[in-house]
Design a binder for this molecule. Structure first.
Ligand SMILES: Cc1ncc(COP(=O)(O)O)c(C=O)c1O
Length: 373
């Protein structure tokens, strides 16, 4: 059991790198995460060099995408060669969807985030079948017709965890592939086995970096397992996805990188510059165990509000009127979000036990308790 002092102490070094507005409590990493100061500083330097025309686009900007690829790979326990750089989750899902053949059935949650579902729904025009089922029942609905199960590991509107092991076991028993949206999971909820490597039953992971990965918008990742590489056509092939991105850009022959980099999309330069620093810090914090206390803060929030902890870093609070409750939180200086009629609180390394207590004091009177409580 982690004590309060330990929780606060383990976060203190990381917290010193952040500058939330004085007096404010930012519990909304699930909308966008706050950047550490070194991230802002490297971006400011990059902006100045851009303005002055002194930046080298390859060495100062583009190559930092490789650092991002390596850091994200570390965060999920994968090889860099299995990670592609994509601007958003929908681009990753759309790429995978392009490899689905007519007649394939894809299982999704009936309340899945649209960037995961829409690219699959578009594939229906080519004969792909999309079957929505309740999030908690995904594993039970896998059958011999299932070709792909696509789901968020942590639901953005509820913070609930998917039954990962059950889903992976069910999918592999019928030879179905699996696609995980890890946007609200990594770096707090992993996709690794106890050996620290990504579960080999996972075929694809998509992840946007502007939330819990504390990076600018425009940075995202698509992990493609070695066994799935040849099943996905590089539909967005471009100069950056070639085997030598800095070579000749004017040849007519299709040349794609040997690994998942064949799915790279030309990088949003300045966001990747910033992300290279944020992701590097997250790798360090993960190694030091400095990320564990964040889930501890989320657990504390849940327990203090009489809610069942979800195991993720998100806390979704049932209230009668979410707008009124968030207004009350805002009056107390607490930044939260509303999703699916509930108030969503999402701490990060910059959060403290005092932040949690301030949020609890503000929202507790509005919490709708389950019947019979
Ligand atoms: C579950 C989930 N996935 C992905 C995203 C971001 O999607 P995209 O990168 O397509 O904007 C969000 C944003 O809220 C989300 O909640």
């Amino acid at each position: 059991m982690v004590t309060d002092t330990e929780t606060d102490a383990r976060l203190a070094a990381a917290r010193a790198l952040f500058d939330p507005a004085p007096g404010s409590v930012y519990l909304d990493a699930a909308t966008y995460g706050l950047p550490p100061r070194p991230t802002v500083e490297i971006m400011q330097r990059a902006l100045a060099a851009w303005q002055a025309g002194t930046a080298d686009w390859v060495d100062d900007w583009d190559r930092l995408g490789e650092a991002c690829r390596a850091h994200f790979a570390r965060l999920i326990g994968a090889a860099s060669a299995s990670v592609a750089l994509v601007p958003s989750v929908s681009v990753g899902v759309g790429t995978v969807a392009s490899g689905l053949e007519a007649g394939a059935t894809v299982l999704v949650a009936d309340d899945e985030f649209t960037s995961v579902v829409y690219p699959l729904l578009v594939a229906q025009a080519r004969g792909v079948r999309v079957r929505p089922v309740p999030f908690g029942e995904l594993a039970g609905h896998v059958d011999h017709t299932t070709r792909l199960v696509a789901f968020s590991l942590v639901q953005s509107q509820s913070g609930r965890l998917a039954a990962l092991d059950d889903i992976l076991a069910a999918a592999s028993s019928v030879g179905a592939q699996t696609l995980i949206d890890a946007t609200h999971a990594v770096p707090f909820v992993g996709v690794q086995t106890s050996a620290g490597e990504i579960d080999p039953r996972i075929d694809y992971v998509v992840c946007a970096a502007y939330k819990h990965l504390l990076s600018p918008r425009g940075v995202g990742f698509l992990y493609v397992a070695p066994q799935a590489l040849e099943r996905v056509p590089p539909i967005l092939a471009n100069w950056r996805s070639a085997s030598d991105p800095y070579g000749d850009h004017y040849t007519g022959d299709l040349d794609v990188a040997p690994g998942a980099a064949r799915f790279d999309v030309s990088l949003a330069w300045l966001p990747y510059v910033g992300a290279s620093v944020s992701l590097g810090l997250l790798v360090d914090w993960q190694r030091q165990g400095a990320l564990d206390p964040v889930r501890e803060l989320a657990r504390r929030l849940s327990e203090r509000l009489g809610l069942e902890p979800t195991g993720s870093s998100l806390v979704s609070v049932p209230v009668d009127d979410a707008e009124v409750a968030t207004r009350r939180l805002a009056e107390s200086g607490v930044r939260a979000a509303v999703r699916a009629g509930r108030v969503r609180l999402s701490p990060h390394v910059y959060s403290t036990l005092a932040d949690v207590e301030r949020a609890v004091d503000a929202i507790a009177p509005f919490v709708r308790q389950p019947v019979g409580r």
